[in-house]
Write a protein that binds this ligand. Structure first.
Ligand code: F6R
Length: 242
């Protein structure tokens, strides 16, 4: 695992966007795995600037979603499909046809999870998976004590994660309780994992990820098992590393 400490979120965004741009130059049809939440936004803005400047082409790229709320209508502004359309697809000029994601509106969740696993396999797998991290060490929405071998499935959000995500909704009662998330085993199949963590609130989770034991109580610690994992942290998120 490679740990890169950057001065701030913008520098982290720039570094990761350059890795994505380099991948797209090398492999124009690459599959980029994307996360939602606040942390990845500087990455998406930096990548947009590179695409506009002609430093990377996205006409053949595909975008794969990490997780989705269960039960929110697809057109709800906070469904992750909507968020990714707003923050990634539209700014980069990528068509909806190039988007892969689980169906959070389904009445048959196991079938939707299996279909998403099959879609990822048919796409040839994820080339670069961008990850954020929860204050409790979750990646995707694999909450603490998720199996490190887990596949795409339904998960119940912890109260902590619902509190953390309440800022995107009018009040916490509107935050869904369930999500479909790629499993940790699914995430580990991406060819390059890039985790970005910024801010002091992530410092404990980052320390457990990088320096703690590989253990399901800190799902992100599974990155230690991956042959090509990069953890990009600003100084605040790095503050509890030894
Ligand atoms: C969301 C996701 C989550 C977030 C995490 C951090 O798609 O995968 O693991 O990355 O909850 O969220 P932020 O970046 O908002 O602190």
């Amino acid at each position: 695992m490679e740990v890169v400490i950057v001065p701030d979120a913008e520098a982290g965004g720039e570094l990761i966007a350059e890795a994505m741009a380099a991948l797209l130059r090398r492999k124009p049809g690459a599959v980029l795995g994307v996360a939602t939440g606040s942390t990845p936004l500087p990455v998406y803005r930096a990548l947009e600037a590179k695409v506009r400047a002609g430093e990377a082409g996205v006409t053949r790229a595909r975008i794969a979603q990490l997780d989705e709320y269960v039960g929110l209508p697809a057109e709800h502004p906070e469904s992750y499909r909507s968020v990714l359309r707003r923050e990634v697809l539209e700014p980069l000029g990528i068509s909806a046809d190039a988007f892969l994601g689980p169906d959070g509106t389904t009445t048959d969740v196991p079938a939707a999870c299996a279909a998403y696993e099959a879609a990822l396999t048919a796409a040839g797998g994820v080339d670069l998976q961008l990850l954020g991290i929860g204050t409790d060490g979750h990646i995707g929405f694999n909450e603490p004590c998720s199996s490190l071998a887990s596949r795409t499935r339904i998960k119940t959000l912890t109260e902590q994660t619902r509190v953390d995500n309440a800022r995107f909704f009018d009040d916490i009662s509107q935050v869904p309780h369930h999500v479909i998330t790629q499993g940790i085993g699914t995430i580990l199949e991406a060819r390059h994992l890039v985790l970005l963590a910024t801010g002091e609130g992530k410092a404990d989770a980052v320390a457990a990820t990088v320096e703690g034991p590989v253990a399901a109580v800190c799902p992100a610690s599974a990155l230690q098992l991956h042959a090509h994992a990069t953890v990009v942290v600003d100084e605040a998120a790095a503050s509890k590393l030894k």
